[in-house]
Write a protein that binds this ligand. Structure first.
Ligand code: ZN
Length: 671
């Protein structure tokens, strides 16, 4: 939770942002005193019969009325059981059973969670790790590195190894990257990477999950569930890609393009179900329509509302968990719409269309890819586009979003030295947003838009970025294969009908300024912005010389206060603390220096004479351009180039299947 950037412009998503949310009263929930059996949704599921011959195992940690979860299958699966012990508040108890391996056995906790490219320290929450064999004999556990626990199986008997441990569950708010449980408030959440140890070398093995809960608690997990109440996952990857929401929450269900969706709303639960259904169904049918089908059989939106002030979401293959800082007053909530569209799009772009390294995962260390800008920035682009195509927002709103992004990029000096690919690789050093000031969300979205417009222009609107992403989906997503770094350029070439590598090279692998004019004008957009100059330096008044010095601050000498490392002042060797004597030969006070620095033209020579430690230095450079007063409009039809109307129409046209077209909120119908 370390993105402290101010409110972004609507796109974003994966890294949650922390907003200064006002403190809110806590809902009081009645304490629960009994533990029941396996639960899904509301109803308790009867315990499974031990019919298939497996041993009865899996004692649930204590509590009145405890029942036993039974896994009766002599399987090679690794079986996880989660339970809550009311005597150990703020903890989950995890029980794991797996076949006894022939060789060594090491369990580990991930160093990160997919979708958030930061090293996390889940190991700090893992406690009381103990192992035994099938006969109950304790096995030695060696914990000689922070994230691993080695089990001595040399003396083990029977066919299984049993592992038990506790997970501290006190994540902020309603949980997000970690786990939380609050028995009294009747709520809990598990982000799998924070709670489920994996057997090293066994992450491809199938997995089962049993959740035992206090009575009256609900459970929502986006995994297939057997009649016995046991959830099944194909692998550890799928297990921890399936968030577990527990306790009291509201549920809203709907269908889009024949696919069932469920929304879970926890926290400050206030939403008008009908509006929520309509807006999410409109978004879902657009995104499903774009790809011609969904990569999931069902999908779960989990909303954590009004807790801890987070805004953002974390994508999963068939679900997402989204934090919103305000109660969902209605389904037109901007954050809800944009973040939901973004996270759902990830079910294709990054989960199914994934760059090498992002599945199967190495959970032990940072995984680097040059393609996060495509995974995140292009997802931001499609999130905004989707809401327009769905009729929820207008093309002018879209233009305003893009203008804000251009303004943000223009105000990012790092754009001249950090490429999108570098920002992607170094996300781990850049708060999962970019690197050294360059956001791959912002520039990635803009480059996605530029590619889309240029493809439309060069092919007479026959092809677009839609074709590129569908191509990647068909070639790699459908084959469940990660795409290599060159795949995007090849897909663009197939869509364009000719090699477009230089275009991608300029904007993703180099730091060229984006040439907006032609691309925007050909599509009927017009960008205006004012160009000024800057050297990237601020000044402050020299302190009073003595008590009798009553000069106004503006009349005192100018002292260099801050130097931007990416702008000319740094290259000129101006340093904080320098006393400015003249600028371009003119003696300056602090007030005058400030005024000159604010009104510099772009790309002109500048000379600054300073005094530093008693020496006089003459420093020279060239001002850099900076832009202000951004505006992006869609030209009226009469002012557009001939092809622009067609491009605009096609850009914003609905992709939803025809049978979904009646969903209110689409195609301009009021929500
Ligand atoms: Zn994202």
């Amino acid at each position: 939770m370390n993105d402290l950037s101010p409110r972004r412009i609507g796109p974003f998503a994966c890294p949650p942002r922390i907003a200064a949310a006002p403190a809110r009263g806590r809902r009081s929930m009645s304490p629960v005193t009994a533990i029941a059996g396996l639960l899904l949704a509301i109803a308790a599921t009867p315990a499974a019969p031990a019919a298939s011959g497996g041993p009865r195992t899996g004692q649930i940690a204590g509590g009145a009325g405890a029942r036993v979860a039974i896994r009766g299958e002599p399987t090679q699966r690794i079986a996880y059981t989660v339970s809550i012990d009311p005597r150990r508040a703020r903890h989950f108890a995890i029980h794991v059973e797996m076949p006894r391996p022939a060789g060594s056995l090491v369990f580990a906790i991930p160093a990160w969670t997919p979708g958030y490219y930061q090293i996390l320290h889940y190991e700090a929450g893992i406690d009381r790790v103990r192992a035994r064999d099938e006969t109950g004999r304790p096995l030695a556990v060696t914990h000689d590195s922070p994230r691993t626990w080695a089990i001595d199986t040399s003396q083990a008997s029977g066919g299984k190894i049993l592992l038990d441990y506790d997970v501290a569950a006190a994540d902020k708010g309603l949980g997000f990257f970690g786990s939380m449980v609050d028995f009294n408030r009747r709520t809990g959440y598990i982000n799998g990477a924070s709670a489920f140890l994996y057997a090293v070398g066994e992450t491809a093995a199938p997995v089962s999950l049993t959740v035992t809960l206090p009575q009256d608690w609900q459970c929502a997990v986006p995994l297939d569930r057997e009649p016995t109440g046991i959830y099944r996952a194909d692998s550890y990857d799928e297990l921890i890609d399936s968030p577990v929401q527990l306790g009291a929450f509201d549920t809203v269900a709907f269908q889009a393009s024949g696919v069932p969706f469920r929304c879970i709303i926890a926290g400050d639960r206030r939403a008008e179900p009908a509006r929520l259904r309509r807006v999410l169904a409109a978004i879902a049918s657009e995104e499903i329509g774009l790809f011609g089908g969904a990569p999931f059989r069902k999908y779960l939106f989990i909303y954590h509302v009004g807790e801890a002030g987070f805004i953002g979401g974390l994508e999963h293959r068939a679900s997402t968990v989204i934090h919103l800082d305000d109660p969902i007053g209605d389904a037109n909530d901007d954050e809800l719409i944009t973040t939901s569209a973004h996270e759902l799009f990830h079910a294709w772009n990054v989960k199914r269309i994934r760059p090498e390294g992002l599945g199967p995962f190495d959970y032990s260390a940072a995984v680097r890819t040059p393609s996060l800008w495509f995974a995140e920035g292009v997802t931001d682009y499609y999130a905004d586009l989707t809401t327009v195509r769905a009729g929820i927002r207008t093309p002018q709103w879209f233009a305003e979003q893009m203008a804000q992004r251009i303004r943000l990029l223009d105000g990012t000096p790092a754009r001249s030295k950090v490429t999108l690919e570098e920002a992607s690789r170094h996300a781990w050093e850049g708060r999962s947003e970019g690197y050294d000031g360059l956001s791959y969300y912002v520039k990635g979205c803009l480059v996605g838009w530029l590619l889309d417009l240029q493809l439309r222009e060069m092919t007479g609107d026959a092809h677009s970025l839609d074709d590129v992403i569908r191509d990647l989906d068909r070639r790699f997503g459908a084959a469940d294969t990660a795409y290599p770094p060159g795949a995007l350029a090849e897909a663009i070439e197939r869509a364009a009908g000719r090699d477009q590598a230089p275009l991608l090279e300029r904007y993703a692998a180099a730091t060229d300024e984006i040439a907006w004019g032609q691309a925007l004008n050909a599509a009927g957009f017009q960008l205006s912005r004012q160009e000024d100059g800057t050297i990237g330096m601020s000044v402050q008044p020299e302190p009073p010389v003595d008590e009798t010095d009553d000069r106004e601050e503006a009349d005192r000498a100018a002292i260099v206060q801050r130097v931007d490392p990416d702008l000319p002042a740094a290259a000129m060797d101006l340093r904080p603390g320098d006393r400015i004597l003249t600028i371009d030969g003119n003696e300056v006070t602090c007030g005058l220096a400030g005024a000159i620095l604010r009104s510099l033209p772009a790309r002109v020579p500048i000379q600054v004479v300073v005094e530093r430690h008693g020496r006089t230095l003459t420093l020279r450079g060239i001002t850099a351009p900076q832009y202000s007063h951004h505006a992006l409009v869609i030209l009226p039809e009469a002012a557009r180039p001939a092809a622009a109307s067609r491009i605009l129409k096609e850009l914003f046209a609905s992709r939803a299947p025809r049978e979904d077209a009646a969903i209110p909120g689409r195609n301009g119908q009021p929500l």
